[in-house]
Design a protein around this ligand. Sequence first.
Ligand code: PEP
Ligand code: MN
Length: 333
Amino acid sequence: MIVKLKRNPDENELEKLMNFLREQDVSIEETTGERYTVLSLIGDTSSIDEKLIGRFDIVDKVIRIEEPFTKANKKLHPESYVVDVDGVKIGAGNFCVIAGPCSVESEEQIFEIARSVKKSGANLLRGGAFKPRTSPYAFQGLGKKGIDLLLQAKKETGLPIVTEIMDLSDLDYFSDVDMLQVGARNMQNYSLLKELGHSKKPILLKRGLSATYNEWIMSAEYIMTGGNDNVILCERGIRTFESYTRNTLDVSAIPAMKELSQLPIIVDPSHASGKYSFVQPLSLASTAAGCDGLMIEVHNDPENALSDGPQSVTCERFRTIMKKVGKLRECIL
Ligand code: PEP
Ligand code: MN
């Protein structure tokens, strides 16, 4: 971090600033030029708030050179991470497709979808049991029963399962779940993130509705700081001024995350668009842009789905998407 001082700083003020900086556990190198003095802070500056340094009247500018994250930082961990979800590898060239309904609704529904997506080549089964719905009157999910049904579907198909945790008080229900999803609305629920950092389970961390890349990676950092490096990022569209689609898929998030972090990044084209007909083109665009996988909402009867029917593709459509994504990957590999 570089601190540029205003011209002719007051000696007493400079001493106060130096005392503050000495408390930050970094070494300080002072360079005095003809007109300005520049202080270089060397060491781990991730916990220093540059705005606090900017509060000192004699400070002209503070420039952060290092990002405020270290655990999820590619510069410090250049090798791409591979996350293993009960034998299914994701990242560093291992491409993974997660498929299943928005919500688990019944035994018949989840079994039919699980069998079909498995046949089409999906690697993991998704399904919401605890659902974050905008309206308290909408279907809230089957809760623990939904997780039990997912586990039964896993037993038959062999597909490891992914489901969302909304509240820490439900954590015990998730002991056999292979990967826990932190949804967009909970991306900055820091007590949840900290607790998941103490587990060793893979965590699928969705990007918040209007989270910046920095905020998103800092949330991953919360999980990793607790000792859990098994984090997968999921771009699921962000809020923009466009209302034709539910959200706007930020394809740039893929190369951006590849540049900034060593963590795998997958894309959810279903929540990104809110339209089933957009799922194939967005899946192909994301695959071409280099994502490590996709998460697609699939339903056996989308018209009558209890949540997110408009964006759910049928099992047949999913099969076609899998074929096209497979062909595209052959071309770009
Ligand atoms: C979901 O995956 O069903 C979901 C609620 O996603 P998001 O948190 O991205 O809205
Ligand atoms: Mn959904």
